[in-house]
Design a protein around this ligand. Structure first.
Ligand code: CA2
Length: 143
């Protein structure tokens, strides 16, 4: 079984520590545990980086080795053509995931560069949405 990749962008390692009204109180480690539980026996590569270059390297790795991908690019969602270009090369199902509903926030959060290359966009389910995204991705991978 090829692993699913769950990639998380800048500042998400600090989750649970500020703006709980938007992002909740769940930490990234707790989200990882929930994702692994939702995936069952399916192998999961769960990673977070504050570096655009490292995220791009991981997208390349997932393109070569992954069955599917969930990515929360955080602020790079709106700024990184390099991440968008790397994601274009990924051939499996790709879920763009956001904890908050980016479309009901300020204008700067509404223009995702990633949505145009994603298979599915999920936003606004809160931290508990991560395992939902895992189940949706595995459904796409298997059917
Ligand atoms: O809602 C999401 O998942 C976001 O991708 C989170 C990004 C934001 O730039 C996107 O518009 C939406 C920001 C992540 C900030 O990380 C935090 C770290 C600690 C506490 C709160 C947020």
């Amino acid at each position: 079984m090829r692993p699913i990749y769950i990639l998380n962008g800048p500042n998400l390692n600090r989750l649970g520590r500020r703006e709980p009204e938007i992002y909740g109180t769940t930490t990234l480690a707790e989200m990882e545990a929930a994702c692994r539980a939702a995936a069952g026996d399916w192998p999961v590569e769960f990673r977070q980086s504050n570096s655009e270059a490292e995220l791009i390297d991981w997208i390349h790795e997932a393109t070569d080795q992954g069955a599917g991908m969930i990515i929360n690019p955080a602020a790079f969602t709106f700024t990184s053509m390099a991440i968008m270009d790397a994601l274009k090369m990924f051939e499996g199902p790709l879920i763009e995931f956001h904890i908050s509903n980016i479309h009901r926030r300020e204008a700067m959060y509404r223009n995702s560069l990633v949505s145009g290359v994603a298979t599915v966009v999920m936003a606004g389910l809160g931290a508990k949405g991560y395992p939902h995204a895992v189940r949706a991705l595995l459904d796409l991978v298997q059917h």
